[in-house]
Ligand binder design. Structure first.
Ligand SMILES: [Zn+2]
Length: 150
């Protein structure tokens, strides 16, 4: 059976302000917007700093390490390209911002609030998406790649 448009994985649609984030992901780097005025780090990218409203934010790479602060296990498939079960989590990055992503490479039952996680990049139709694995999980899946180290 060939995939139709409705079965294709729903990929991000980068905007002017989120494009740096998605472009960094294609290079296996996680990054956040950072205010040139007050240093506040935030995501998603936006035209103004949410803390001081200064414009023209910069963009910087972050470690990709964080902690699960909330999560939900989806046990029902809502999109044919995203089969259940899967975990959607709110991850607190070490550098401050929080982001929503998936916890992968572990049983949903292994996910808990407070566990340490690290970013990985998984390809969907050739587009790399940032997801997280529990720290200490040794992945053997070739579709999983660790962040590039600089
Ligand atoms: Zn600011």
């Amino acid at each position: 059976m060939s995939a139709t448009g409705s079965e294709a994985y729903p990929l991000p649609q980068p905007t002017t302000f989120t494009r740096p984030f998605w472009e960094a992901c294609q290079n296996r780097q996680l990054g956040v917007a950072v205010c040139r005025n007050c240093g506040h780090r935030f995501m998603p990218g936006a035209p103004n700093c949410p803390q001081c409203w200064s414009g023209d934010p910069d963009f910087q790479s972050v470690s990709g390490r964080g902690e699960v602060v909330s999560f939900a296990v989806y046990r029902r498939t809502y999109h044919p390209a995203i089969p259940a079960p899967y975990v959607v989590a709110l991850v607190q990055l070490e550098e401050g911002p929080r982001m929503i992503s998936n916890i992968v490479e572990c049983a949903p039952e292994a996910v808990a609030i407070g566990i340490r996680v690290e970013v990985c990049f998984q390809s969907e139709a050739g587009f790399l998406l940032p997801r997280f694995v529990p720290v200490g999980t040794g992945s053997t899946d070739p579709s999983i790649s660790s962040p590039a180290r600089t």
